[in-house]
Design a protein around this ligand. Structure first.
Ligand SMILES: [Zn+2]
Length: 449
């Protein structure tokens, strides 16, 4: 990054020197990451497993909640944990439940109540607080039979691990304050058909929430298998957006925008954050919506047009997922805590927390980012509207065949820059940067004729 290229600027006399990427770490965030605790994560995962089953169809009546078995008991406990974190930060978290009736459906024989539980850390700046970044995991589980409401379904990796990521982010980040809002979400119904996340994302869309990023953590336990790679976490992102309309699809086809969805820019941002904070687990970008034959809650957000990515461990063990606990021919099956690497989950939590904190600290992404295409020329002129909180802007670009941004040039506090780089040969983006070095998601320009 930061390779110097001769530049022409309009609107400023003295362009700043190209900053070296990665951008600087925020000391407050770096300190908060140290507070992420593998022991607490282990406690959360073991507690969730001890509810026996968290199948969405399992018990949620008061007696079962009191007895500590079934999804209702898990829901109440998650809520009480969020409330405890909130007490520790002087009531900084608003703990909420998004409950609704679902079914009958394919995997829901009778109408049932599904509840998402979440905590809101409201932004300190009234205008920026409308910007929302979100982390989620699904707290429901299943065994070999998606209708077995009674049998054990520990779901330690799938997805108590992701639930623990969301909860630990809440505990650690609630000690800090950010201009933008962070939501720590845990959803149910994932195993029955993404019901919880669909309901939540639709509600957000209908109510006009500005969700800038959704980080879905599903199977981030770092299963202790011989071929596991504990140094990386996969980050899946859609290429062509599932929510793109005909006009957007035409533009994507015409301009080579297949790898520049908002979700893909978010994935690149996660990778950049990993480098900035030198996280022990490195984001491994997978340019694909999800794994073969599988789906996840990020898709629900993508469907509503929100940027969303999925975090999943490098190598999954299918003897763990959706299995009844048993031993057959000396092979152990079942999703038990003993196969989870809690240090790994803590490291994945750090990547998530650093991403949430960076986005919530930073300025809003520039609006109305355009590339001047009034006439044929080899220089490229970019225009945009100012972002709240920004003190300068950074133009990033890369070869059309490159996966990540290769060049970054801070162009100062302007809303227009001309670069001696041909738009035909590269893909551009514009980020807003504040005076502490927090940076926004990049926005890829649309052509303006
Ligand atoms: Zn899952």
């Amino acid at each position: 990054m930061g390779i110097g290229i001769a530049l022409i600027f309009s609107g400023i006399a003295h362009p700043q020197a190209a900053p070296e990427r990665p951008l600087p770490a925020d000391p407050k965030v770096a300190a908060a990451l140290k507070d992420v605790s593998a022991d607490r994560i282990r406690g959360t995962i073991e507690k969730l497993v001890n509810f026996g089953t968290r199948l969405t169809l399992s018990a949620q009546d008061p007696a079962s909640i009191a007895a500590g078995r079934g999804i209702g008991a898990a829901r109440e406990w998650i809520k009480s944990e969020f409330e405890r974190y909130s007490k520790d930060c002087g009531g900084c978290l608003e703990v909420k439940t998004d409950a609704f009736m679902e079914g009958p459906a394919d995997r829901i024989p009778q109408p049932i109540q599904i509840s998402n539980v979440y905590a809101v850390l409201k932004g300190t700046d009234p205008e920026s607080a409308k910007r929302i970044v979100l982390v989620t995991g699904h707290y429901d589980s299943r065994n070999g039979d998606t209708f077995d409401a009674k049998g054990d379904a520990p779901g330690a990796n799938d997805d108590a691990s992701g639930t623990a990521v969301s909860m630990e982010c809440a505990r650690v980040l609630s000690k800090l304050r950010f201009p933008a809002t962070i939501i720590f979400l845990t959803v149910a119904g994932e195993e029955q058909g993404l019901n919880g996340s669909q309901h939540f994302a639709k509600m957000a869309k209908e109510q006009g929430w500005n969700i800038e990023a959704a980080l879905n953590n599903d199977i981030v336990g770092g299963n202790k298998g011989p071929e596991q790679d504990f140094a990386v976490v996969r980050v899946f992102s859609e290429g062509v957006p599932v929510a793109a309309d005909e006009k957007q699809l035409r533009q994507i086809r015409g301009l080579g925008g297949e790898s520049d969805s908002h979700s893909r820019e978010l994935a690149r941002y996660v990778a950049e954050v990993g480098r900035t904070y030198r996280t022990e687990v490195k984001p491994l970008l997978i340019f694909r919506l999800d794994r073969y034959l599988r789906g996840g809650d990020h898709y629900s957000f993508n469907e509503q047009g929100f940027a969303a990515v999925r975090f999943t461990e490098y190598r999954e063990d299918y003897n763990r997922q959706h299995q009844n606990i048993r031993t057959e021919n000396g092979v152990e099956y079942g999703d038990l805590p003993k196969f989870v690497n809690f240090d790994y989950v803590a490291n994945v939590t750090r990547v998530n927390a650093a991403t949430l904190a960076s986005l919530a600290s930073g300025p809003s992404p520039p609006a109305m980012v355009r590339l001047d295409t009034h006439e044929l020329q080899n220089d490229s002129t970019l225009l945009w509207e100012g972002s709240r909180g920004a003190t300068s802007y950074e133009v990033v670009w890369r070869a059309t065949s490159s996966p990540e941004w290769e060049h970054a040039q801070n162009v100062g506090n302007v809303m227009r820059a001309t670069l001696k780089v041909s738009k035909d040969n590269v893909i551009f983006g514009v980020c807003a940067v504040d005076n502490e070095g927090h940076w926004s998601l990049p926005v890829v320009p649309v052509p303006e004729r």
